[in-house]
Design a protein. Structure first.
Length: 314
């Protein structure tokens, strides 16, 4: 009997069980900036990068957690580790963090945008942005932009977006980014942010062509993380007592991110979406290049990188 191939958009079902790629390439002397680096996927990434000899820069919002991770990495791997504080729900702090990074880091070889958030209820930031859209899309969009020239000066350099299969939930509506006109659905809001990030990843890739800087997005696997811990008691109880039993150790995410950061065969490879280390086709709505250019323009305006125009819905 002939084995039937899954449609491209459903390959993630097979990729969950497929062997992943790895590399033993050294990262000694490479400067790696990682957001969301004190827990979950980001923490496993910096642990693996430190084991590979990289100079780690932790971007996190909690000074105590950052210091604990710094002490662990220095003690176990004897690598340089810096801590830069920023709450990614505040774009002013993102700008400040970028300024600190540029002052401290004469070169940046790898930027991993790993910080992420999921909310079951609609929350607006002080600036009026929907919280998940701000943390999961606008903040990494802004940080990447502000570090682009340093990345180009350090080329070959890599940007890695920790995205999600959750982009398949959709939810992106440029006329209602703050969910003022629709009932707020947490999974759809998460999907909206991840879709926006993917659409702008393709735009970044086009603009970076020939610069020596690549950008790719990846799903970090179905792993145990604390994403969603900001939600209510019932959500947290279900996450830790039910959902976690179906998930894998996030160490696999760290290994995958190390591969994407270090593998020689990925030099020059850009504009891809991967399930861990395996190429995958995103949902059709995340491949709409015309919509991607619209999302790019709106993101430029919402982050203050371009003047705002009338009708932009935060």
């Amino acid at each position: 009997m002939l084995k039937r191939e899954l449609p491209d958009e459903l390959k993630f079902m097979a990729n969950k069980r497929a062997p992943q790629k790895s590399t033993s390439a050294s990262m000694a002397g490479k400067v790696c900036v990682v957001t969301g680096s004190t827990s979950g996927v980001g923490l496993e990434a910096v642990r693996r990068l430190a084991r590979g000899g990289a100079h780690i820069v932790l971007v996190c919002r909690n000074a105590d957690k950052g210091e604990r991770v710094r002490a662990e990495l220095v003690s176990q791997h004897k690598v340089p580790v810096d801590v830069v504080l920023a709450d990614l729900s505040d774009l002013a702090q993102v700008r400040q963090a970028a300024g600190t990074l540029l002052a401290r880091c004469p070169r940046i070889d790898v930027l991993i945008n790993s910080a992420g958030l999921h909310s079951t209820r609609r929350i607006l930031t002080a600036a009026g942005h929907e919280l998940v859209f701000c943390v999961d899309h606008l903040a990494p969009f802004l940080l990447t932009h502000l570090l682009l020239e340093r990345l180009k000066q350090s080329a070959p350099a890599r940007v890695i977006q920790v995205n999600s299969e959750g982009h398949r939930f959709g939810g992106l509506n440029l006329d209602d980014l703050a969910w003022e006109k629709r009932p707020y659905i947490g999974l759809r809001a998460y999907g909206a942010a991840k879709t926006a990030q993917l659409l702008t990843t393709w735009e970044f890739a086009d603009r970076l062509a020939g610069s020596g800087v690549t950008i790719n997005a990846m799903h970090p696997g179905d792993v145990k993380t604390n994403i969603g811990n900001n939600n209510g008691f019932l959500y947290r109880w279900f996450l830790h007592n039910v959902t976690w039993h179906t998930l894998k150790d996030p160490v696999i995410s760290g290994e995958a991110l190390y591969y994407l950061a270090a593998a020689p065969e990925l030099e020059g490879v850009s504009g891809r979406f991967l399930y861990l280390t395996l190429d995958e086709v995103p949902a059709p709505h995340a491949r709409d290049r015309a919509r991607g250019r619209e999302v790019w323009d709106v993101s430029m305006q919402l982050t203050g990188l371009a003047p705002k125009t009338e009708g932009i819905a935060r």
